[in-house]
Design a protein around this ligand. Structure first.
Ligand SMILES: Nc1ncnc2c1ncn2[C@@H]1O[C@H](COP(=O)(O)OP(=O)(O)OP(=O)(O)O)[C@@H](O)[C@H]1O
Ligand SMILES: [Mg+2]
Length: 249
């Protein structure tokens, strides 16, 4: 469960001040697959960084499975798996060394170590594991980050644009994995610009524009909202984020 209560974040001061996230209220239930959509610069990454504890909100509260994420930061981190938009690595480690290091950090038991092999198999990473991460392509680095985030079977999986850079098979496997995660009663929150993925994969999507949440509903509901009949999620997204561009009044 992810609960955001009136969360706000501003960067900079004076002329460079940017209100990146404004008074965001959002609940994502256990077992829910939630897609977070919004134009470039809308506030998705800022929101995600606050959820995972990398940025402190100016105001508001964040609760993750009944843990106050702002007060019990380490406990909150232990139940999260997170893949940033641009994963950073200890480059000269091999993939295998890195993943066993992560398993140690999260106290993954020795028996659980076979998850490295299982997940590497799933993402077709096995052959690359003995090589240094610095030699990996963008997509292979992305897969490594995904495996690292899933090693400790976190209760909440948070992924910032996870599909970007994955080949079709890896993207397919990841989407399956995300669905299975939710079937187990865990929570998945991910950002994406790919409307087809959001439309077909998510239980619910949220649309953020200029720091404000302008919709949160199942894709089917948005597509059939009053005045629309069976539009695509892409059409709805473009309309909603365009309308919001016209100044009020
Ligand atoms: N470190 C920072 N310092 C100053 N401003 C920032 C910083 N990070 C983000 N911003 C600004 O905050 C706003 C929200 O950015 P954010 O990265 O959260 O958007 P996003 O929805 O993730 O966009 P994208 O789709 O491009 O990834 C933007 O106006 C951005 O320029
Ligand atoms: Mg972003």
């Amino acid at each position: 469960m992810i609960s955001l209560k009136n969360v706000s974040k501003t960067y900079g001061k004076g002329k460079t001040r940017v209100e990146a996230v404004k008074n965001l209220k959002l609940e994502v239930k256990k077992g829910e697959l939630f897609g977070f959509l919004g134009p470039n610069g809308a506030g998705k990454t800022t929101t995600i960084k606050m959820i995972v504890g990398l940025l402190k909100p100016d105001n508001g509260g964040i609760v993750l499975n009944n843990i106050d994420a702002l007060k019990q930061r380490i406990k909150a981190k232990s139940i999260i798996g997170y893949v940033p938009d641009e994963p950073l690595f200890y480059d000269n480690m091999t993939g295998y060394k890195f993943l066993t290091f992560i398993a140690d950090v999260y106290n993954v038991e020795l028996s659980g170590r076979k998850r490295i092999d299982e997940l590497a198999e799933l993402f077709e990473l096995t052959a690359a594991l003995p090589d240094p991460i610095s030699s990996y392509s963008h997509g292979i680095q992305q897969k490594t980050a995904l495996i690292a985030a899933m090693l400790h079977s976190p209760e909440i999986l948070i992924l910032d644009e996870p599909i970007v850079g994955l080949d079709p098979k890896a993207a397919f496997n990841l989407k399956e994995k995300m669905r299975n995660y939710c079937r187990e009663g865990k929570t998945v929150f991910f950002s994406t610009h790919v409307m087809e993925v959001a439309e077909h994969l998510c239980d619910r999507v949220g649309i953020i524009n200029r720091g404000e949440l302008i919709a949160a509903a199942p894709p089917g509901e948005l597509k059939n909202s009053p005045g629309k009949t069976n539009s695509s999620l892409e059409q709805i997204f473009l309309e909603m984020t365009n309308e919001a561009d016209i100044p009020a009044g």
